[in-house]
Design a protein around this ligand. Structure first.
Ligand SMILES: [Zn+2]
Length: 441
């Protein structure tokens, strides 16, 4: 927008120049009516104002990414990033492109030159680039997730060294704390399965809170044992396709469970249809009858038994289901009892029925890993951008805003005159830095 205004500004200036020149050459041109003259002046002033002040204007606390004035030179710091990584996008906004992946002795740096470098433990540049593409994709003025990161991490079973270090330090204290919470719970022993699940999620939260560096509970799967699933993701890709593998993974918790998807959930329906085509999902009447019968209440099952002229009595739900499963007339009646069109049932990948639990645990792990990598990467990018775009030669005040999940960084929440901290200070750290000029007070 500012660019168009600048162009119009010059155009109006050119018109005024031509008119002035024409008036000097030929007196008859002097007829330009006052209204037109006024209009030209108005446009001139209107366009001149914002167009010339846009680039220099920095609203207080408005130091957001890609919206700042062009940088001068860098503050001298140990981790000084490369200035060449700055560029301007189509709408004239400044963007910071992290330099390409870089080989090190232990793998590949995914974000060289930033305030927190993440190392992917791989010898393969192709894998490093595939991960980088998914963690850092800029399009239409936004950083977007072009495709999910977790499936690539799972497929190649790649790790991030900095996150491995966090896991190494925190796994034992986490497990010890969890064991002690369970041992000290009087209700645990006799609790029902559902109650145990609920209690366990509370214990996990507590155990994470007891760690030296506390991250959100989303990272709990990283602190659990990772089963050996080497090669399994590749098998799924070979049998069902790469797209199906990526779609299937986030729904892993629903494998062998009925999912009811309403017409409004367009995206989920789209996913389910693709999984049906890839032989990873059954829909409606194709779902095994015993599974569909599980959806009915005991009252409905008893009525169905009577309707189908079965004269035996069912003592329990499982009794009722075994009486009804495959009996004459059941499928016809189920059509009226269940919303079959809305029901989907994810099935295990080909040849991997016995590996479903391992895959679920492994995918939760890679999902948590992807989240932690993306969060750390993004905070490092933002802070690096702020460091390299801070105006030089001006007295700046730096401020660190730490977040709720980052209890260990709370002490950083100060004002700095010199050498600001350069978060993230650890994986998952969400501290952001801001600079203020003296004029802002
Ligand atoms: Zn922090």
């Amino acid at each position: 927008m500012a660019y168009i205004k600048v162009m119009l500004f010059y155009l109006i200036g050119l018109i005024c120049g031509i008119i002035t020149l024409a008036m000097a050459v030929d007196q008859t041109v002097g007829w330009m009516p006052p209204t037109l003259s006024g209009l030209v002046t108005f446009l001139f002033i209107y366009l001149a104002g914002p167009a010339t002040s846009d680039t220099a204007y920095v609203a207080p606390n408005a130091h957001k990414d890609e919206e700042e004035a062009a940088p001068t030179t860098l503050p001298a710091t140990e981790k000084t990033p490369q200035n060449s990584a700055l560029s301007t996008n189509d709408s004239g906004r400044l963007i910071y492109q992290i330099p390409p992946v870089e080989k090190t002795a232990n793998g590949y740096l995914l974000n060289p030159g930033t305030t927190f470098q993440l190392t992917l433990a791989t010898e393969s540049k192709e894998i490093a680039q595939a991960v980088r593409e998914r963690i850092d994709h800029y399009e239409n003025g936004e950083w977007l997730e072009k495709a999910p990161l977790a499936p690539v991490l799972a497929r190649y079973q790649v790790h991030c060294l900095e996150i491995d270090a966090y896991i190494k330090t925190h796994k034992k204290p986490f497990k010890d704390s969890l064991t002690s919470l369970i041992a000290n719970s009087p209700e645990w022993e006799n609790a029902k399965k559902n109650d145990k699940n609920y209690m366990m999620s509370e214990f996990i939260d507590k155990a994470i809170q007891s760690l030296p560096i506390r991250l959100s509970s989303d990272i709990a799967p990283l602190l659990q044992d990772l089963p050996d699933t080497k090669g399994l993701d590749e098998m799924i890709i070979n049998s069902h396709g790469k797209e199906a593998h990526e779609i299937y993974m986030p729904y892993a918790a629903h494998i062998e469970k009925i999912m009811q998807v309403s017409d409004n959930d367009k995206l989920v329906i789209q996913h389910m249809k693709k999984l049906v085509n890839a032989n990873l999902c059954l829909q409606g009447a194709d779902i095994p009858q015993s599974v569909l019968l599980q959806q009915l209440t005991m009252t409905d099952l008893s009525e169905l038994i009577a309707d189908c002229n079965i004269h035996e009595k069912a003592k329990s739900k499982s009794d009722a289901i075994s009486l009804l499963d495959g009996a004459k007339g059941v499928s016809g009646k189920l059509v009226n009892m269940l919303p079959l069109n809305e029901l989907y049932y994810l099935i295990p990948p080909k040849g991997l029925t016995k590996k479903v639990r391992d895959l679920q645990v492994s995918w939760q792990y890679y999902d948590a890993l992807a989240k932690l990598m993306k969060g750390t990467y993004s905070v490092a990018r933002t802070n690096t951008f702020r460091l390299i775009t801070a105006p030089e030669g001006e007295k700046l005040r730096w401020e660190v805003k730490s977040c709720d999940d980052c209890a260990d960084c709370e002490s950083l929440q100060l004002i700095y005159e010199h050498s600001p901290p350069q978060p993230p200070l650890h994986v998952g750290c969400q501290c952001l830095i801001f600079w203020h000029t003296a004029a802002e007070g």
